[in-house]
Design a protein around this ligand. Sequence first.
Ligand SMILES: [Zn+2]
Length: 151
Amino acid sequence: MIPFHSVLPELAVREVRCLHLGDTPHSHSLPGLPPDKYAYVEFYCAEPDCDCRRVALQVVGRSQPAKALATISYGWENEAFYRKQMPSAPEDARGVIRGELEPMLEQSEFAEEFLKLFQNVVLDEPYRLRLRRHYRLFKAELARRAERGTV
Ligand SMILES: [Zn+2]
């Protein structure tokens, strides 16, 4: 997995999903989460022959950008698509389409809260389509570079 912004930096800056948590009336506030500006930073799989159709979202706060507060794995296709992808554990497909914390990657004591925020606030239909579009653009750009021999 490599960061979306390392491949398409301008698009990534324009379209990264940010969440302001604070105490102003128009911002979301959840108990236990420090006020900050948080970004859901996208990572996609760079394997040329893989079509996994998933994103890993690393949640980082502006006040400590080097620390991943949560790492969420999510897939935008329907459940049947991921069931087929995981014949040995088809029941796991449900977690993929809802979003889940990635057990092998960095988490924090706030990870569960950021997962809930993802499921209840961040993830809507436009965002689902945006991730799907980013994945396609990401794969297309890597394929173009491989063709030109610049990777
Ligand atoms: Zn993949």
